[in-house]
Ligand binder design. Structure first.
Ligand SMILES: [Zn+2]
Ligand SMILES: [Zn+2]
Length: 232
């Protein structure tokens, strides 16, 4: 058994590519992991150990569950080492690790503090920083970036783009979508069409995370949505 790309994508996007250890939240990057192919990057630690003799190993756990999303927690190298040290087995129990994972995922999905928005301008102000961050990631790591054009067949460059999609774009899109769904009424009838296109794009991105479609089947980001949010 090995960890499937689906488990990895769900884990990375739910954790926004950050260490889930309480109080850490270090941003993980494939740049640190040399010579790895996409999806084998980072430190996906097993909550119940992955082999006999590992901390928290449960002989009765089916192999499929052992390598599944539920049994994995995204950690920085320091914290992965810490929880797997034999003498720390009792301290970092299965229950505690599940607790930390849940706390971290809640922190990621609640980054957005929704205070009542009253106007379209306020809504745009809330969305704009997420859009700007996504745009920056696209410029820096996307297929049109300088790096990608210089190294069109580099696994390293592709791995970086994959991890940035999972760590930044997917979690940001979830926040944007939440805002759009909640405040849809603030848009004019004409604008709804563009909003819908963006939501479709986000939903197809999620299908890629769930391994239901390949990345090249994700509906393209509608640039008129960016005009709508950032334009005058
Ligand atoms: Zn481990
Ligand atoms: Zn950490």
């Amino acid at each position: 058994m090995s960890i499937t790309s689906k488990s990895i994508k769900i884990l990375w996007s739910n954790a926004a590519g950050r260490c889930s250890f309480r109080g850490c939240t270090e941003r993980l990057s494939v740049e640190e992991a040399e010579g790895v192919t996409p999806y084998t990057l980072g430190e996906m630690a097993h909550i119940k150990g992955n082999k006999l003799g590992s901390n928290r190993y449960d002989a009765d756990q089916p192999a499929l569950e052992r390598d599944g999303y539920e049994n994995l927690i995204l950690l920085c190298p320091t914290h992965h080492t810490l929880i797997d040290k034999a003498e720390n087995e009792a301290e970092y129990s299965v229950e505690l690790l599940h607790e930390m994972k849940q706390e971290h995922e809640e922190f990621v999905s609640n980054r957005l503090q929704i205070t009542e928005l009253k106007s379209l301008e306020q809504l745009k102000d809330k969305i704009a920083p997420y859009m700007a961050e996504n745009h920056q990631v696209w410029d820096q790591y996307g297929p049109m970036s300088e790096n990608a054009r210089k190294n069109p067949n580099s696994d390293q460059v592709y791995a970086l783009w994959t991890s940035e999609r999972l760590s930044t774009i997917v979690p940001n899109n979830r926040e944007i979508k939440e805002l759009l769904v909640e405040y849809r009424a603030l848009f004019s009838r004409k604008e709804h069409r563009v909003v819908s296109k963006f939501i479709k794009h986000v939903e197809s991105y999620e299908q890629w995370v769930e391994d239901k479609i390949p990345y090249n089947a994700v509906q393209r980001f509608p640039s008129d949505f960016e005009d709508l949010i950032l334009g005058e």
